[in-house]
Design a protein around this ligand. Sequence first.
Ligand SMILES: [Zn+2]
Length: 328
Amino acid sequence: MFWIRIKYRLGLFYKTVLFKLGFGKILLKNRYGERLLLFHGIDTKGDTRYNSRFISKLFFEALIKHIVTHYNVVSLDDYYLKKFKKDTLNIALTFDDGYLNNYTYAVPILEKYKVPACFYITTVHENTPYLWTDFIDLVSYYTKKEKVVFKGDLYEKNAKNEFICHGVSLKNVAKRMPYKSIKLIYKIFENDWKNLPPKHHETYWRLMNAEQIRYIANHPLFTIGAHGETHASLIDIPLEAAKHEISNSKKQLETICRQPITEFAFPFGFYNHEIANYCEEIGFERLLLVDYNTKEDTKKQAFKNRFVMNPYLSFELQLAYLLKGSYF
Ligand SMILES: [Zn+2]
């Protein structure tokens, strides 16, 4: 989600100044709103060295405490039914990717405050219990390699620890490839990955196992949805491969959870109408986005956009943006 990271950073300075000048006070007045929050990982420190997807468990608990105290927190069912209160923010929570840290850190906090949430799981890892996106982030940060060759192209490491070829990062190139090509990247960095200190990093990359997913599925506060099989960008791979990703993730989760899976969150938030129609055809009733592609899409019953939590912000500023409903 590199592009999101850049977007968040742009203008942050001005927003901080405005907030200090009193802009925050205007935003913090009670106002009506509907917000579907999107979290990824929760860790001990909210480390942003590797990517923009992790917030700390302390930040998370403070946020949950705040929204439970000041706003109306609802389940996704009620969010879709628009069972909202006036003059306040109506908030529902979602988590993408299926990190073990969701189970370890987020679930106990959500249970403590009785907050409902939905978890969208990436299902298959073929004996690699991590996402390729995290693999690239972590291994690029730690490897001593300065250059790598992938599919005949030379990638050089830049100051931000990304491997770049013709101005495009290896991660963004991989995003547009089927999983069998991505697996070649595992090969390139095989030894570097082996040498990563696992204890320190497990919080970042380990995904939930079947038993943990089932615990969440059977919990009265929580639901499970699908998020693709390998976290491929569904609009960038052949349509048949995308369909395979969608239907397989549904089948695999139904086998694990022993219940119908009817919610789908698009990996990277990327979708088009062919993909969305296919999801509906095979039984997905709710389709979770990041941003709507078009104004027309805002009218579609199944679609809901989401507000991505930003680990670069202070607590106050995150709350101000939450009230505002956008980062721009
Ligand atoms: Zn994701």
